[in-house]
Design a protein around this ligand. Structure first.
Ligand SMILES: [Zn+2]
Length: 503
């Protein structure tokens, strides 16, 4: 029998993050990527903060993105930076000129699409470099977050998301690629708008979980996804679905590509507990200011801290860059939850100005806030020392401007609220921060709930899905899955990077 489908993991193998899965369906003649991430830790081992790649070949040589020569995809990457003049102009203008994106049209790719599960960089960062003609399918809010993050940072080769061939979806949509259908479905994770995918291939349903958890405020979404995997309601609602696809569906899930970040070690925790744990601190709070650290894109966490600050009459201080990023997420929000916190309306949120305008995001957020008549919500760093009342301040790292302007005669606390250091630009510097703050008499707490499922939730999900083959991804412990499912009808395939698993 000839193989119908090949699944090739190009990242996320024996490692947390950097997911990129190449799926080829030979019968339907479809090639696509599920996620196109870069392992952030690896990226920052090669490039220090403020350093950027100079060309795409460099990234390929450093093994940060797939080498086209070793996969059956051509013209995967954009040619827009091959022309040095164009590149210089783009960097000088801090934007990408529209005409430049026309270049890729002369180099069409045989890749049908790239699907992104959610907007953590270890799942999407490689998009900066892809051919602008390749259809890119993401959730609507996913696109919003990626573009907000792009617009609140300087242009560089690795922060270049303009001109992409976006197609956005929502839960319940059906994506078509020739005869292949794909159903994107929401899951709960530490970022808004995370999706899993059910790919109806010619070899049967293939499920890709992306990142998920069962203990967040939207855990019902992960349950909805599980329910959809079991019932295939969306796909079966297609009136002219061919009989052969119906019978493939009735045979059950062929392959489950499942995340396993915490398969070997979990914590029983929940986002609700983060709020109640913080409440316990605030109810008998001897501190005057609190430095907090979490992933900027973790909207639930931002909301939790903002609620606590507001409830106890504390100021909540963020930078201009963060304020502009959150403002862009608020703007035209589709879901009500994305309006809370609200950068324009929430007067307990203060914005730290830093010097005169150097960047676009500074100019924009200043204009917006001034126009609203809320200039009193701007603070300078030097105001921190004499600031009346208590305040929380959001940090990603400690820098001199901050340290020189904090009044250490007042009592401070550091709360680390991120221990999923895989997804964003800042690798885990919690320990460094804690040590630096010790001489100032600032104790450290950890208050957190992970974005990733616990071992028991992962096992239960797999047992309910009952796939024929299980491929662990986004885990340092794929063998754990083999041990867990030995003697069952579920065959665990240990992925080998760049090697196709064929069915
Ligand atoms: Zn993630």
């Amino acid at each position: 029998m000839t193989e119908q489908v090949a699944i090739r993991l190009l990242g996320g193998v024996d490692e947390v993050g950097g997911n990129s899965v190449l799926l080829e369906d030979f019968t339907y003649d479809v090639k696509l990527f599920l996620d196109f991430g870069i392992k952030i830790g690896n990226f920052y081992e090669c490039y220090e903060r403020g350093q950027h790649p100079s060309c795409i070949e460099e990234l390929v040589d450093l093994n940060l993105i797939p080498n086209e020569d070793s996969i059956p995809i051509n013209n995967l990457y954009t040619r827009e930076f091959e022309n040095a003049k164009v590149r210089a102009k783009a960097i000088k203008n801090a934007q990408t000129p529209a005409e430049k994106h026309m270049i890729d049209q002369n180099y069409p790719s045989n890749l049908d699409a790239i699907l992104i599960s959610h907007s953590h960089k270890d799942h999407y960062f490689g998009l900066s470099f892809v051919n602008r003609t390749i259809p890119l399918c993401t959730g609507e809010v996913t696109k919003k977050i990626i573009m907000a993050s792009c617009k609140s940072a300087k242009f560089s080769l690795d922060n270049n998301f303009e001109g992409l061939n976006w197609h956005t979806f929502r839960t319940g949509d059906i994506l078509h690629f020739k005869d292949m259908r794909i159903v994107p479905f929401h899951v709960d994770h530490s970022i808004p708008a995370a999706y899993g995918f059910i790919v109806y291939s010619s070899a049967g349903p293939i499920v890709y979980t992306g990142d998920f958890r069962m203990h967040g405020p939207l855990s019902h979404m992960t349950r909805d996804f599980l329910n959809e995997i079991k019932t295939n309601k969306v796909c079966l609602s297609i009136s002219d679905l061919p009989q052969e696809q119906k019978s493939l569906i009735s045979e059950g899930v062929k392959v489950l590509i499942c995340e396993g970040t915490h398969i070997q070690k979990g914590m029983v925790e929940s986002e609700e507990n983060v709020e109640s744990d913080l409440t316990r601190i605030f109810e008998s709070n001897p501190f005057d200011f609190i430095l907090v650290k979490y992933d900027r894109v973790d909207w639930d966490r931002f909301r939790t801290f903002s609620h606590i600050a507001n409830k106890y009459g504390w100021k909540y201080i963020i930078t201009e860059k963060d304020a502009y990023f959150y403002y862009l997420l608020n703007k035209g929000a589709i879901h009500e939850t994305m309006m809370d916190p609200n950068i324009l309306e929430d007067d307990h949120i203060y914005i730290l100005k830093r010097g005169s305008i150097r960047y676009k995001w500074q100019e924009k957020i200043r204009q917006i806030i001034y126009k609203r008549g809320k200039a009193d919500r701007f603070l300078e760093y030097r105001d921190l020392k004499s600031l009346e009342g208590k305040f929380l301040i959001y940090i990603t790292h400690l820098h001199n401007t901050l340290m020189n302007n904090l009044d250490f005669a007042r009592r401070g606390l550091f709360i680390s609220s991120s221990i999923d250091p895989y997804s964003e630009e800042f690798f885990d510097n919690t320990q460094t921060i804690r040590r630096e703050l010790e001489p100032y008499g600032i104790p450290a707490y950890r208050v957190h709930a992970s974005g990733h499922a616990t071992p028991h939730d992962i096992i239960n999900l797999i047992e309910e899905v009952k796939p024929k083959f299980l491929i662990p991804i986004h885990t340092e412990h794929p063998k754990f899955f083999r041990t867990l499912f030995q003697g069952t009808n579920i065959q665990v395939i240990l992925p080998i990077k760049n090697k196709a698993f064929e069915i």
